[in-house]
Design a protein around this ligand. Structure first.
Ligand code: SF4
Ligand code: SF4
Length: 114
């Protein structure tokens, strides 16, 4: 089990992009193949950020900053009921944001014997 450790350093990086998860099989059926899909998305400024073939996911990323992110990187909705649920919980798993100060440690792993 992965457990989150650390605290938010308020770098604001997670508020600068929108990340979307789509059904991989549906997207590839619509576009024919990954290259076609990437080309189509690139014309709209959308990156294909990764995939999880086993769980049938594709991950899109868009450089659209949140309107509630202040110039000093504070969240204008901090401690307010309007703050989105996903922002209260983020990150729930390891992400690829280098500046994020959270780490994840794995506990309860059984190491196979000889
Ligand atoms: S609501 Fe606040 S925490 Fe959520 S993305 Fe916007 S600035 Fe970031
Ligand atoms: S990327 Fe991590 S450290 Fe930076 S604001 Fe988001 S949760 Fe906090």
């Amino acid at each position: 089990m992965w457990v989150r450790e650390g605290e938010c350093n308020q770098c604001g990086k997670c508020c600068e992009t929108v990340n979307l998860t789509v059904a991989r099989d549906v997207a590839l059926r619509q576009h024919g193949n990954v290259q076609e899909l990437e080309r189509y998305l690139s014309f709209r400024g959308i990156r294909l950020a990764g995939e999880d073939i086993e769980n049938n996911f594709l991950f899109y990323s868009l450089d659209i900053p949140c309107s509630q992110l202040a110039p000093d990187k504070r969240c204008l909705l901090h401690n307010r009921p309007e703050k989105p649920f996903i922002c209260l919980r983020y990150p729930t798993a390891r992400d690829d944001i280098e500046d994020c100060s959270y780490t994840f440690k794995q506990y309860g792993t059984t190491i196979p014997g000889p």
